[in-house]
Ligand binder design. Structure first.
Ligand code: SAH
Length: 358
């Protein structure tokens, strides 16, 4: 254990979790525990969030002797193992975490916007039938710094500021709520992205949307509904068996009531499965008078299953049907399709990571 000689109560630097994701206050307290003046906290803060420091040795303004004492303390940056760019400018990065696991993160430019689609878990336990991530199983939750890192990485790779963050990469955010909320705080306060430009997407875990409402976030909640009735939903999403549609919608209503924020409902369009006129009508009936917005996602193909992506005419008919019933609706443009970087196409595969063959 190495500590400063003049601070007997100093905490061992080895006990310190990675610094990324820490607030200015936390960093200030920490440097003081190490016997350093408070302003060192601000220096570290600026270097990790603004200058892209990847290790404490990069922070050249810190005294050399102290830097070497802190040798084992990590900033918490992941390394980019592989990177691909789709013809539409979407960039997908395969990130290697400190334990060798890999996750994917995607940067999606669109005019003045740059959206990062972040992962919250390595793999995903939800196993939704149409989603590539679920096919690979679940490995572990991501930690706060591993989520924040994805935003900084895309900023660096694309050399511009990120404007929006969506938790729509690998994993189910509400099964990792603590780290997700801690990263939302950091993405907002430390990186400077407005909470209203942050979206947390969930397939719905019983009781968790209600709990999330207590935090009264300004971030947008997106709920992956994907079906207009319980039977269809269960056929697509295994966890729906223990979460009736009516209960999920009740929790969403409570969420709107508590937070004053409308909920987005994501609805994947699978040809002939959930995209018929009667499905649109059924969906509209559920959402009548509900402060919400429907985001339709035409299916992005994955290898393992044989769903079809509806053609433009079918999509437009579905949209029109909802609009006639006064439901706010938009269609998500698929980005990064050519490089398997679109919604539902992300996966954690060690083999692919090793060979870089994406
Ligand atoms: N687990 C969270 C977030 C990850 S998925 C959730 O389910 O919401 C982000 C969005 O992509 C979800 O709406 C998800 O259902 C959708 N998606 C998954 N697979 C897809 C596919 N093959 N084509 C289009 N969208 C897909």
């Amino acid at each position: 254990m190495v500590t400063s000689t003049d601070t007997p109560s100093a905490q061992s630097p080895t006990e310190q979790p990675p610094l990324l994701g820490a607030s200015l206050d936390e960093l200030t307290t920490w440097v003081q525990q190490q016997g350093q003046p408070a302003y060192r906290g601000k220096q570290i803060y600026q270097w990790i969030y603004q200058q892209g420091a990847r290790s404490l040795t990069d922070i050249t303004v810190l005294p050399k002797a102290w830097r070497s004492e802190l040798g084992s303390v990590q900033v918490g940056r992941s390394s980019i193992h592989h990177q691909v760019e789709a013809p539409d400018g979407t960039v997908k990065c395969l990130l290697r975490l400190s334990d060798g696991q890999v996750v994917e993160t995607v940067g999606i430019p669109s005019g003045k916007r740059l959206t990062v689609c972040v992962s919250s878990q390595v793999g995903c336990p939800m196993a939704c039938d149409f989603c590539a991530t679920g096919k690979g199983g679940f490995l572990r939750n991501l930690e706060r710094h591993e989520i924040v890192d994805q935003v900084l990485t895309i900023q660096e790779v694309m050399q511009r500021r990120v404007s929006n963050v969506v938790f729509m990469g690998m994993g189910e955010p509400l099964l990792n709520t603590d780290a997700v909320l801690a990263s939302v705080r950091s993405i907002h306060d430390d990186i400077g992205i407005g909470q209203r430009n942050i979206t947390i997407s969930t397939v719905g875990i019983p009781g968790h949307i209600r709990r999330l409402a207590e935090h009264r976030l300004q971030a947008t909640l997106a709920v992956s509904l994907h079906a207009s009735n319980q039977v269809t939903r269960e056929s697509l999403i295994p966890s729906a068996r223990s979460y009736p549609l009516s209960e999920l919608l009740d929790e969403c209503r409570d969420y709107v009531h508590k937070t004053g924020r409308r909920v987005t409902f994501e609805y994947i369009l699978l040809a002939e499965v959930n995209d018929c006129a009667h499905h649109a009508d059924e969906l509209a009936n559920h959402l009548r008078g509900f402060q919400s917005h429907v985001n339709l996602i035409p299916y992005n193909p994955i290898q393992e299953v044989d769903y079809g992506r509806p053609d433009h005419r079918r999509i437009q008919t579905f949209v029109d049907r909802l609009k006639q019933r006064h439901i706010a609706v938009s269609v998500r443009r698929s980005r990064g399709l050519e490089k398997d970087a679109a919604c539902g196409q992300l996966r954690a595969s060690q083999d692919l990571a090793m060979t870089g063959q994406r």
